[in-house]
Design a protein around this ligand. Structure first.
Ligand SMILES: *[C@@H]1O[C@H](CO)[C@@H](O)[C@H](O)[C@H]1NC(C)=O
Ligand SMILES: *[C@@H]1O[C@H](CO)[C@@H](O)[C@H](O)[C@H]1NC(C)=O
Length: 129
């Protein structure tokens, strides 16, 4: 094997595998709603396949952008996080929210904002299949 290719495989393939694990093959998507102590969130159940080691072929529930604190803006800026107030309507948690501000040299692509206190959760499917 070409030495540069060997370096590539030992250095980058575990990282590529991890990325594949996160982004994998999304075959189908359907809504899935669960209740939290603050209110309901509506995510997606996807069929996730990953042809690696270990291989994965099962449904998982994906929730993107669940708020875990009030936005740290205005009077909340530079203060301890304020617990998120309960919400009445089901939150649509199917899209990523902004990430916190990063050092400019990190060439970050996602949108950045002070309003960034969100969780993304990938969970084994809570549905009985
Ligand atoms: C994944 O599981 C489904 C249903 O159990 C099956 O039909 C399919 O062939 C499996 N796919 C792979 C790549 O193992
Ligand atoms: C939730 O958000 C996604 C992405 O914006 C959208 O496609 C979907 O229709 C929304 N679902 C509901 C029930 O509003």
């Amino acid at each position: 094997m070409d030495p540069s290719l060997r370096l590539l495989s030992t250095t980058w393939f575990p990282i590529i595998n991890a990325i594949a694990l996160i982004f994998g093959n999304q075959v189908t998507a359907e809504e899935c709603t669960v209740s939290t102590s603050q209110g309901n969130v509506r995510g997606e159940t996807i069929w996730f396949t990953y042809d690696g080691s270990p291989s994965i072929n099962q449904t998982i529930d994906v929730f993107k952008g669940i708020p875990y604190a009030e936005p740290p803006v205005g009077p909340n800026r530079f203060r301890k996080p304020v617990p998120k107030a309960p919400w009445e309507t089901t939150l649509n948690t199917t899209t990523f929210r902004s990430i916190c501000w990063q050092f400019p040299e990190f060439d970050i692509i996602p949108p950045q904002s002070e309003d960034c206190l969100f969780l993304n959760i990938w969970s084994p499917s809570v549905k009985v299949t």
